[in-house]
Design a protein around this ligand. Sequence first.
Ligand SMILES: [Zn+2]
Length: 147
Amino acid sequence: MSKLEYLVIHCTDTPAGREVSANDIRQWHTSPVSKGGNGWKQVGYTDLIHLDGRVERLVNNNEDANVDPWEITNGAVGYNSKARHIVYAGGKGGDTRTPSQKKALEVYVKDFHSRFPDVKIIGHNEVSNKACPSFNVQLWKKEIGLK
Ligand SMILES: [Zn+2]
């Protein structure tokens, strides 16, 4: 069990306006490679932010400052034992967040930061050579008034 150090924001890399279900993500991540999935034991994200701003929990989490083995999600190689990963539906080709998703993400991140002020909030692209989550998390944090 490690201390929580990162909140990593992701996108599902799906087109603007297309809804994504928890089951879609489960299939992409945990189906065997032979069936087109990633073959992971667990899905990659703790929470999914739907187009309408609804936040759906995908993996149980007791909301303490540690990452318990059963809380680990597979969002970013090398960071999973000390990170929580969240994802919004969209992000293909750019920042497709709906106003509801932006608001939900803001509420989520501010609540998270108030409870875990030392945990770094970053985009997947800050620890990996990827476009995900298709927006600059550090700039956005400034826009919403987070340090
Ligand atoms: Zn990602």
